[in-house]
Design a protein around this ligand. Sequence first.
Ligand code: AMP
Ligand code: MG
Length: 418
Amino acid sequence: MRKPIQVEEAIDRVLEKSYEGEIEYVSIENSFHRVLGQDITATTDVPGFDRSPYDGYAVWAASTEAASASNPVVLEVVGTQGADSVWKESLKPFQAVKIMTGAAIPEGANAVIMKELTQEFRKDGKTYVQIKRKVEAGENISRIGEDMKKGSLLIEKGTVITPGISAVLATFGYHYVPVMKSPKVVVIATGSELLEVYKPLEKGKIHNSNTYMLQAQIFRAHGEPILYGIVKDTFQNVFQAVTKAMQMADIIITTGGVSVGDFDYIPKVYEHLQAQVLFNKIGMRPGSVTSAAVVGNKILFGLSGNPSACYVGFELFVRPYIRAMLGQKNCYLKRARAILTKDFLKPNPFTRFVRAKLSYHDGKLVADPIGRDKSNIVSSLIHTNSLIVLPGGSRGFQAGSEVNVLLIEDEEGASSWL
Ligand code: AMP
Ligand code: MG
């Protein structure tokens, strides 16, 4: 007899067995979309010196005190400050230094006037600039450290590297970036009815689709998939495959064979491995037979063969474990509140996870259930970007009511269940 436990309890049992993986260094070119292995702290002030945010003229502000449209002030341009021309002297009153965006403010200057507000001219071999507006001391100067202060914590470990983060890493000269090693996840598809994807269909057989679905889910979760392939439904085959897979990865996923049918060997495999079974029945649909067990520091997930149940089982239980291995603090799925678009009036003792397409309608988040009455269909997964959670034991749910939705395309996660 299997005793069902609640989903949250099942996730917590999985997380309790989790441990953080190791870090490695990859070149910044190869770091996009990897998970940061360390907190990133500003190692210098940015900008590292006071600099000009515009092309224009660096001046001593008091020189422009009397400037107006009818009474322009004329300053002598005594030098140029650009990327590769450095003006080494000190600016005196009624002098200006032509300055380029990003260049250091020269000594003696305390403001910049934008080029657009000036007019440069030459007279008697000298260069002058005419200024029609007064500038205040400190105007148009990007101060040292105003962007990032040396020593401040900028990005937490466990964060997925985005283009903006790549910019910050490069700003601090990270040629090599500390990232978490991608947890290796091996996928075994069990089922004598399964055909390799490249074989022509035969009567009574189906292509193995779960392997490729899971491979993509593992990629999405920042794991490293290893495809074991198909294993026929005999105890020897399944046992041998799982034993081999345990040498290949820390996380072992099987699909199929986890139920109580005559050819469902996963429970027996766990028994022979003397695995500690974390659960083998969950109060949920689809995938109530989803199982997990541990042997030493290896975790085995027995997902249903049913594609939708397999999909849901991965997101609910495997993903949090991968997140924990990646050193992420928020291991649970992120959730949102959304408006249900269809009735679910049938009472259900189990919590239902309904594949859904979440989108905005008139500024409101709306969850559209897909293929809700057919838990075994693959086509419903095409548009799935979220899972509606319908708690068990209620009297049903009406269209228009607000429900919890799990965001499976999210990278941030959440620190707790619903
Ligand atoms: P099982 O969990 O082994 O009882 O399988 C449940 C259902 O999912 C059956 O209809 C199987 O044919 C189907 N199924 C099992 N494994 C796969 C797979 N790898 N790809 C697609 N469908 C599968
Ligand atoms: Mg099967």
